[in-house]
Design a protein around this ligand. Structure first.
Ligand SMILES: [Zn+2]
Length: 259
């Protein structure tokens, strides 16, 4: 238990130094736990920690931490082989630099930042920056539902993923009705490894310790009785913020960029 507490404390310390601000340049109010508009703080992955997701596994090119890719490949290939999946799962949006996240956050139509934050994390507060999280696409897609979430949930591929993701080390960060006040995102999954001793898993688990303890994923990778001692969470790479025009939604920032 002591080791877990140490890991959680380290994760908070490492995740804190972000420069997030709203699109008008003001700093958004942060809660005592570091959350901004409901989202926990996360720094940017170091460029040399990221690798390209192989062609054929992603809709477009994207980057993830190198430890994530083997499990993602196994998952995508297993879904493709299993008739129960009824189609394909592909990586859609992977690592996003803090600068790119700012561009995404600020281009949304809603004027109110709190409304915007229901579905898009403020810069410096997105799991995507860590390189351990991604949005997936489900094929064939459905377009005949009342909203995007319902259409995703109606696909056999999504149901397959809910049933099988944990076997590949993935869990759904923002389940329906979560107490974090973040909109249900059935396409958003983070990697924590199938077991604590898997390469990179202890670091991912240290990084997401607060989220996993307070706002559990559903489905989640089951708790692991193994405690890995002496874990050093990934170093935070503080990339540059987006240019000022991004705050008005008028800029282009490369989606999958090493910056
Ligand atoms: Zn996402």
């Amino acid at each position: 238990m002591r080791s877990f507490s140490l890991i959680a404390a380290l994760a908070v310390v490492v995740a804190t130094p972000v420069q997030a601000q709203l699109c008008d340049g003001r700093r958004a109010p942060s809660a005592a736990d570091g959350r901004m508009l409901g989202h926990l703080p996360y720094g940017d992955a170091a460029p040399d920690a990221l690798v390209a997701v192989p062609a054929g596994l992603a809709v477009n090119g994207c980057l993830l931490r190198r430890e994530v890719v083997p499990d993602l490949q196994r998952l995508i290939e297993a879904a493709a082989r299993d008739p129960a999946a009824g189609g394909q799962i592909l990586a859609l949006s992977c690592h996003r630099s803090i600068a790119y996240q700012e561009a995404v956050f600020c281009r949304e139509g809603q004027a109110d930042a709190a409304q915007r934050a229901l579905s898009v994390a403020p810069p410096g507060h997105s799991e995507h920056a860590t390189g351990f999280a991604l949005d997936v696409a489900f094929r064939p897609r459905r377009n005949d539902c009342p909203d995007a979430e319902a259409c995703v949930a109606a696909t056999p591929a999504f149901r397959w993923l809910v049933k099988n993701a944990a076997r590949y080390g993935f869990e759904m960060s923002f389940p329906a009705g979560n107490r974090q006040r973040v909109k249900w995102e059935p396409w958003h999954w983070r990697w924590v490894g199938t077991r604590a001793t898997a390469p990179g898993a202890a670091r991912a688990r240290a990084l997401f310790a607060t989220a996993r303890a307070r706002f559990p994923a559903v489905p989640a990778v089951p708790a692991d009785p193994v405690v890995v001692r002496g874990v050093v969470p990934p170093p935070v790479y503080m990339g540059p913020m987006a240019p000022p025009e991004c705050r008005k939604g008028k800029c282009k920032v490369a989606r999958a960029t090493r910056r």
